[in-house]
Design a protein around this ligand. Structure first.
Ligand SMILES: [Zn+2]
Length: 102
């Protein structure tokens, strides 16, 4: 890597950063970027064996987070982003609203 590359925020440079980072740190940093606080990896996890990641994307080098890092009940209520209609009346109302807006 030469000096020029170091200061260019290209996707390539970013990918190299991710590859050089501790995978778990990379995952946590990415999660924090979207406002998600992850658990510590479960040392008894059968998928990642406590590493917290189960592999890397071949193209970007990004680590693939293991499911044990995510809180069990990722609450939709907390983020307020996903609201699932609870009954038929609510579904109908949501549909109507969607039609009106779209
Ligand atoms: Zn795991």
């Amino acid at each position: 890597m030469n000096d020029k590359e170091m200061f260019l925020p290209t996707d390539e440079a970013k990918a190299a950063d991710i590859r050089n980072m501790d995978p778990l740190e990379a995952i946590k940093a990415a999660a924090e970027g979207i406002g998600l606080i992850l658990n510590d990896p479960n040392p008894n996890c059968k998928k990642c064996h406590g590493r917290g990641f189960i592999g890397r994307h071949a193209d970007t080098g990004e680590p693939i987070a293991c499911s044990c890092l995510f809180p069990k009940y990722e609450s939709a209520r907390e983020t307020g982003e996903i609201i699932l209609p609870q009954n038929r009346a609510q579904r109908r109302a949501a549909k109507k609203k969607a039609k009106k807006n779209g």
